[in-house]
Write a protein that binds this ligand. Sequence first.
Ligand code: HAM
Length: 419
Amino acid sequence: MSFQAPKGTYDIVPPRSATWLAVREALSRQPRLAGYDYVETPMFEDTGLFVRGVGESTDVVTKEMYTFEDRGGRSLTLRPEGTAGVLRAIAEHGLHRGQLPVKVWYVGPNFRYEQPQSGRYRQHTQVGVETIGGDDPALDAEVVWLAAEAMRSLGLTGTRLLLNSLGCRECRPAYRELLQDFLRGLDLDDDTRRRAEINPMRVLDDKRAEVQAQLTDAPLITDHLCGACKEHHEQVRSYLTDLGVEYEDTPRLVRGLDYYVRTTFEIVHGGLGAQSALGGGGRYDGLLATIGGPDLGGVGFGLGVDRTILAVDAEGLEVGDRSRCDVFVVPLGAAARRRTVTLLRDLRRAGLRSDTTYGGQGLKGAMKAADRSGAAFALVLGDRDLEQHVVQLKDLRSGEQTSVPLDDLVAAIVASTGQ
Ligand code: HAM
């Protein structure tokens, strides 16, 4: 009997795993440069956390959660996203009682029972940031900038940044009613009518042409923001302009999760087909209070590693170092094989990635393995070399070979690799 990765999941194996690591590293580098601390939370949580945190009217909660009962009768759910768990951890550990804002980053898999297609999986990985206890629009701008900068640092040029404000507890209810009144006058199917009653803004996001055609005159949230939201949004926009971030005002941008207020944004890519969002986020003032913490503001994002890699591919970018090694040791003879073990130890301790062959491979096969490892240098070590306390250092790029005293070897390689 043979097995395959479960439907909607995939393995990350070499050589692709090198790209995976490099993209994950590049996305998390920006928050680390901006003083965000690392957090890690469990991959499953009490089901109630997501029902309250993500929102009962979202597809994520109603259709996509992996929920199960454990042997102790608790209802648990594999996390469908990162924000709820991270906020739970901030509240549980009282991080908000220290210096504010709390700024953290995380990376890890999320699970959603979706119909799999390119760019949409049942397990996907996000690099995310969350901040708690900051109302300053400069923080919104920092979060948006970090996401945009992460994509820029990978060399991606086909991305667009969509920006919107969803208003707040003060101004959204009136807008919601206005939109509902408008939607009630349209010719919509029963499902969409129901959605209009529960979460009317999601209807604006409907992809069907017959629905979109009727929405041309729909009222837009940005025309109905209260003074404070308008001011906040203006400031976020002007910070982004100062930062040189190009964004598109997108008053119909609605995110799939319920917790957003004010700033919302998405980074989309033209080369990915239907699943075009590489990442998104926004402000979620009040969410912490919903899950039992104090009533503090927050803003964050989640960037999809899987889709970012698809975008990197679509643009034909080479990201990551495909080489496994800096140095590859080729022992010829029994004494050389023995010496190789300690030589590798010393090379690795000096921070040089080093490997060798096993099982007494001949010179030809070993040199092929050296090439395949991506190493810049091969060290050919014969029994006679050992007697003379030297090793043949071969630069695999230029083909140049020099005899180097074994005692000076590590220093010589460190010097020539610049490590
Ligand atoms: P989200 O928009 O649901 O937001 O997901 C963020 C990103 O994760 C998406 O833009 C996409 O790249 C990736 N993603 C989501 N679902 C899938 C999937 N099924 N397959 C592949 N990739 C996927 C959130 O999850 C929020 N927690 C983001 C956030 C953090 N907002 C504030 N803080």
